[in-house]
Design a protein around this ligand. Structure first.
Ligand code: FES
Length: 503
């Protein structure tokens, strides 16, 4: 163990670091980086930046990709790319709060819904005047990995790590419930791993085959810490969680879904449900990684003020839709940019840049294999590949579900999109990038955060609560991750910005 001097905002501490873990991981264990969207140490986001004032390690290629020569001289390094050394003195940039919340009504709220996502926690208070006060904060577990599997691996290392992740979540939930003085009917939805962390449950069944859950949901529980009673909707399979049952209850009970439908919830995990009728459902899931939530891409960011969500081609070149652009881009912004580059023939369907030569001179800046925009942003081949992998995993999951149930895209009445992608992405962009079956765009409906909407309904509506309690008996889970033969034989067909023909 090594003692390291750490200063942040004038506060100096001497902390014990484990030399076998990166600076970023050590700092997270000491309570830093809980409101920073890290990319799990892929070296893509640059959010784990630290200034090493003494015993500064040599800059590695990943540092050189992210920092300017001036920054490198000042000692800026990626915390995820370096390990502690004797005599190190670290200075951390100030963490900004990511919490956003405002009351939408002066009337007292009547119900609380919470959706715990891997990247963000979102909540809503329902008011009697039909208004909803919405809030969000970055999931404080991000420093342990931007997607579910790295968080599970981190907590499997030792009990302390598991406890740390649990208490980060329970503290956030306590802050949310404390926004209102009264104890309201409350529903907490979220993916399976997040519900397990929140409840302090054994996660070993989520770490490897045969996957299984320690808790099936569909019951009232008391939250550890506060003892507050909340309803947790059913967990439908090890990777199709309470967020999906909550979203489905809203879709089927409130929104009167058209059957047969495909419901896709896309965040760091992609969950797909095929609804053949009011009492017959199939589901599967795929790991997508955090790119759609704007995490892990060089200039990626969760959606927020100053963050670009769309791009357009103007006479002055490619421009974001945002006047006060801060150079950051959301997941949907990346999709919009890639769709635009495909249309402009600067990107081909395999994800490679095409030099436009003089065709677009003065408007598109393609330099050293990167598309540059306004000296603030560039798109590299690595970012394109991250998005392409997400697209491939997504269409693989959709095609698997349809093939295993002998369903065709043509016979679907509707495709509903929920989750991070459904909230902000443009349908035309998804269509252009091959996320949707050919000719299916007109069947698509964007739902927004269906999980949170479902949670708010389940908090007060007994018919919806009854329906969701019966849902596990109507659902059959198809294990794509366990079907290695199918994945190995088909994944490469999906690594194109096109929806592949069925085999
Ligand atoms: S966590 Fe280090 S670059 Fe993203």
């Amino acid at each position: 163990m090594i003692k390291i001097k750490v200063s942040e905002d004038g506060r100096v501490q001497h902390l014990i670091f484990d030399p076998g873990k990166t600076l970023a991981r050590n700092l997270f264990s000491h309570g830093f980086f809980t409101s920073t969207p890290l990319c799990s140490g892929l070296g893509l986001c640059g959010a784990c930046r630290v200034r090493v004032l003494s015993s500064t390690p040599d800059a590695c290629p990943r540092d050189q990709d992210v920092f300017s020569p001036g920054d490198l001289t000042q000692g800026w390094r990626l915390g995820c790319a370096h390990f502690p050394a004797q005599g190190m003195n670290l200075k951390l940039p100030l963490e900004k709060s990511t919490r956003r919340f405002a009351w939408a009504s002066t009337s007292d709220p009547v119900a609380l819904g919470v959706d715990i996502g891997t990247t963000t926690l979102k909540w809503g208070f329902a008011h009697p005047d039909h208004k909803t006060s919405l809030g969000m904060v970055l999931n404080p577990q991000m420093g342990a990995g931007s997607e579910i599997m790295s968080r599970l691996a981190y907590s499997a290392e030792c009990r302390d790590n598991f406890k740390r992740l649990q208490s980060l979540l329970t503290r956030e939930i306590q802050k949310i419930t404390a926004l209102c003085d009264q104890e309201l009917p409350a529903v907490v939805a979220g993916n399976t791993a997040m519900i397990h962390f929140l409840m302090g449950l054994d996660i070993s069944g989520l770490l490897g085959h045969p996957y299984h859950v320690a808790f099936a949901g569909g019951s009232d529980v008391r939250l550890p810490g506060s003892g507050r009673e909340v309803f947790v909707p059913p967990l439908l399979s090890p990777f199709v969680g309470a967020d999906i049952s909550s979203g489905l209850s809203w879709l089927v009970q409130e929104k009167r879904a058209s059957f047969p439908f495909l419901f896709c919830d896309l965040g760091t995990n992609g969950e797909m449900v095929l609804g053949l009728g009011p009492d017959r459902f199939f589901c599967t899931s795929v790991a997508l990684g955090p790119a759609l939530e704007g995490v892990g891409l060089r200039f990626g960011s969760p959606f927020g003020p100053g963050v670009a969500g769309r791009f357009e081609f103007t006479p002055r070149g490619i421009r974001p839709d945002n006047q006060d652009w801060n150079g950051l881009v959301s997941g949907s912004g990346y999709l919009s940019l890639l769709a635009l580059l495909l249309k402009l023939d600067i990107l081909d369907y395999s994800g490679r840049f095409i030099d436009p030569g003089s065709r677009l001179s003065g408007t598109v800046d393609l330099l050293h294999g990167r598309v540059h925009i306004q000296d603030k942003f560039y798109l590299s081949g690595r970012d394109v590949e991250e998005v392409l992998k997400v697209k491939a995993a997504f269409t693989l999951g959709v095609q698997y579900l349809l093939q295993k149930t002998s369903m065709t895209p043509e016979r679907l009445a509707r495709i509903y999109l929920g989750g991070a992608l459904g909230e902000h992405a443009g349908l035309e962009d998804l269509d252009e990038l091959g996320f949707l079956p050919k000719g299916a765009m007109h069947k698509c409906r964007v739902l927004g955060n269906s999980s949170l909407r479902g949670a708010l309904v389940l908090a007060v509506d007994s018919a919806s609560r009854k329906w969701v309690l019966n849902l596990p008996g109507m659902m059959q889970s198809l294990d794509l991750a366990g079907d290695r033969e199918y994945v190995n034989a088909n994944f490469h067909r999906h690594m194109h910005f096109e929806y592949p023909a069925s085999t």
